[in-house]
Design a protein around this ligand. Sequence first.
Ligand SMILES: Nc1nc2c(c(=O)[nH]1)N[C@H]1C(S)=C(S)[C@@H](COP(=O)(O)O)O[C@H]1N2
Ligand SMILES: [Mo]
Length: 386
Amino acid sequence: MIKEPRRRAVLGGAIAASALLQDRVFGQAEPNLSVIPWSDQPPPVPPPFANIAKGLTRWENLDTWITPNDKFFSMARYERPVVDEKTWRLDVGGMVAKPLTFTFNELKSLPRREVTCTIECSGSNGLPFVTSAIGNASWTGTSLAETLRKAQIKRGAIEVVFYGVDQAVEVLRKDTPFELKFTSNFARSMSIDDAMNPANLLCYGMNGAPLPVPNGFPVRLIAPGWFGIANIKWLTRIEVRDTRFMGRFMGRDYVTVREEQHDGKTIVTETSVGRMLLKSAPARVTSRDGRYRIEGMAWGPATVAAVEVKIDNEPWRKAILGDRKSEFAWRSWHLDWSPEIGEHTITSRAIDQSGNVQPAMDEASIANKKTYWESNGQITRHIRVA
Ligand SMILES: Nc1nc2c(c(=O)[nH]1)N[C@H]1C(S)=C(S)[C@@H](COP(=O)(O)O)O[C@H]1N2
Ligand SMILES: [Mo]
């Protein structure tokens, strides 16, 4: 993990004051602080999706760096099973020399680790009603890599599959003579390399409390740096395989379809949703005693090195970044603003330490993407200053 020089210690009073203010902005409500709502509110989640996506809050409601458990979004493609932790088991099997089974208490007695990481649903900003499927929490659990080491992965294995308790009937070749129906558990896989990342947790705690049911009680996978879908909830089986797992959420859905140009030819790529991408969002505009401030968050696979903000058609301006508190967590930013009365647009873009810039909506990687997954294009919000 790359540590940055402590800005407060290195630089003088003006920055120190703004750093303190920054901490306070995302700490607690301040007196005389008002939040100006965006004028482009997302529509409510329509009925077929309302059971899948729950707890999507408005960006304006963000006022803490850690998302409290009762404000954390919940995505469930099948159901939200209520698991009895007394009968629950976690099996580790497949291509391992020593298959393992854990009870809840056995798992909790293993060495404890904590990681603070931001989870974003890969569908966020892909559909008009999903604009804030993101949260940041401190997760407690035990190391996945250590557990796999104990099970002793056999030679020739290539993948680790994670199965949830939640099930549904899946249909292949629907409405053809070859239609096939089968009951399937929610599952996703990772390469052995990715699974062995020491940051991955078999997680049972969220912000100091047991995992809430909607977030995977009693145990879920936390795979820092990966889109939400990889973080399997209500985990019950881990299976090591020597063939690629191509279940619905790996190979048929959560597939990003994109047109790419290669040597004058158009190639369509279909890739499984993977690691989180460089992204930022304007969260809210506050005013206090006539002074305005644009506040937001930025996150991505590498260190966010800068955030820039475009107001209306003005040139990009550098925002002030908050501290980098965890390798896998979002970073706050803000920009002071003296707006004229009327309608304005606000766009933000994150830049990483290698100089990669969050793409504009009309850049090829976004414009030529046919599916709503992995939508990390720059977000523009509308606001009316009265
Ligand atoms: N077992 C299981 N795990 C799951 C899902 C699911 O439907 N079933 N949804 C995934 C999706 S799409 C996302 S975005 C994240 C969201 O985690 P959260 O509900 O704790 O916010 O969980 C993932 N893990
Ligand atoms: Mo998701």
